[in-house]
Design a protein around this ligand. Structure first.
Ligand SMILES: [Zn+2]
Length: 176
């Protein structure tokens, strides 16, 4: 997925915060809402930080083979983070761990759409991709952008933009 991770994370974080507002026993503070927004948007692109390693250190292997894109890494780390939130002083962090889990799952699912994700690693070294984009252009980015599988990305971006505009209008109306 090329451009839709952040917009998809925006939609997911919006839904998550709306749900937190509905189900929480106490009203959620503005400070926590801001923190959830920042965390949610960051979590949505977190696995792609491995591109820095790929670009500047070692580009011999597909960056999806680095640990931030390996489901087994998150399957090991997330239960550990949940366990930490059992401690009373860290209980407030649980919603952030929920948000991290959801965003990582969404990121890896979206990357499986037209890119390889090693879902069964280390039991299998075969990547899984729903669609294989053929290299029709001189640069792989153009091959992806000119393939029909890019259309859902545009829909995700459009949905996020529509929600952003609606939210801004609502906020403006509240201020009046
Ligand atoms: Zn990715």
């Amino acid at each position: 997925m090329l451009i839709a991770h952040l917009p998809a994370g925006f939609l997911l974080t919006y839904g998550f915060i709306q749900r937190q507002k509905r189900v929480g026993s106490q009203p959620i503070s503005t400070k926590k809402i801001t923190a959830l927004w920042i965390a949610g948007l960051l979590f949505s692109v977190l696995p792609d930080f491995d591109m820095l390693y790929f670009t500047f250190v070692d580009s011999r292997y597909h960056h999806h083979l680095l640990f931030p894109h390996l489901p087994i890494f998150w399957l090991g780390l997330l239960p550990l983070l949940y366990a930490l939130t059992l401690h009373p002083t860290l209980r407030a962090m649980r919603s952030f761990v929920h948000l991290l889990s959801l965003n990582i799952a969404l990121h890896l699912i979206l990357d499986t759409w037209a890119g390889d994700i090693w879902w069964l690693y280390p039991w299998s070294t075969d990547p899984i991709a729903l669609i294989t984009v053929p290299a029709t252009q001189s640069h792989w980015v153009w091959s992806f952008m000119l393939h029909w599988s890019f259309i859902p990305e545009l829909f995700i971006v459009a949905a996020a933009l529509a929600l952003l505009i609606k939210q801004r209008k609502n906020n403006a109306a509240k201020k009046q």
